[in-house]
Design a protein around this ligand. Structure first.
Ligand code: SF4
Length: 268
């Protein structure tokens, strides 16, 4: 059965003056092909003509397909050089601005968040990870080497002490920033109400190297941060100098009362 709306064409959206006239006038052909392909129940009004190239245009129709609100049918037509006949290239259903579409694809490696790794999972660093530098540079180009780095590397390899990669200055700065701003930093309520700082706590184990100037490891099994890197200006109520105030100590008992009325039997 022929679609009456085909006979009612052409619709006249604003036309690009560079549009090929035959392609632009092919809205009835485009609609007919669309109806033959997807059925007339899901084809709505002709909405636009879009120039795709020389003798190439796309006719856009509204979609009335349930569940596809905001989507449009695009029927691309073309006319070969020195030909009068226009032919249909393709029919596709495309999302418009109001269409509900799936979120854009995010590569798996960008979805991993700190703490996501499980037993057996692998998360190798990127080849150009700025947090790492080759081990023979010792990770600190600011430090003037006392001997040739290649000599250091070969000696370290020989005695089995060499590491292929070490933390770069950038990696160290990022770690320091992260630790300082995290739950073991100085700004959390636990630290702000603490009786003292980790810097003078007997449970702090100092770190070696430059990070030791600002951080240590808490070794108090009763503290929330036991086994974690803590900023030296962090602190908690389990500080080694913490003392209970008088009001929080045991309540003193009243003096004993001697019963002068009854007779008490005492075992001798
Ligand atoms: S017990 Fe508290 S104050 Fe002491 S090192 Fe651990 S976190 Fe810091």
């Amino acid at each position: 059965m022929r679609d009456n709306r085909v006979m009612a064409e052409p619709t006249t959206p604003t036309r690009d003056p560079r549009l090929d006239a035959a392609c632009a006038d092919a809205a009835p052909l485009a609609r007919q092909h669309l109806v033959d392909t997807v059925g007339e129940d899901v084809v709505g009004d002709h909405l636009a003509i879009r120039r795709e190239g020389e003798r190439l245009a796309t006719h856009v129709f509204a979609s009335t397909q349930p569940g596809y609100r905001g989507w449009t049918w695009s029927v691309t037509v073309a006319r070969a050089s020195r030909q009068r006949t226009v032919t249909v290239c393709e029919v596709v259903l495309l999302p418009g601005d109001e269409a509900i579409v799936a979120p854009s694809w995010t590569p798996y490696k960008e979805r991993v968040r700190p703490g996501d790794l499980g037993p057996g999972d692998l998360l190798p660093p990127e080849a150009d990870d700025a947090r790492l530098v080759p081990g023979f540079t010792a990770g600190d180009p600011a430090t003037e080497p006392l001997v040739d780095p290649s000599t250091v590397r070969s000696v370290a390899d020989e005695v089995g002490m060499g590491r292929a990669w070490v933390l770069s200055l950038e990696g160290r700065d990022l770690a320091a920033e992260r630790w300082h701003e995290g739950e073991q930093g100085p700004d959390v309520p636990l630290a702000q109400q603490a009786p003292g700082k980790c810097s003078d706590c007997g449970f702090t184990v100092r770190l070696a190297g430059p990070l030791g100037l600002e951080f240590g490891v808490c070794a108090n099994g009763m503290a929330n941060d036991d086994g974690r890197v803590v900023a030296l200006d962090h602190g908690c109520g389990a500080h080694s100098d913490a003392k209970l105030s008088r009001s929080s100590g045991p309540v003193p008992l009243p003096p004993p009362v001697i019963d002068t009325i009854a007779v008490d039997t005492l075992e001798v």
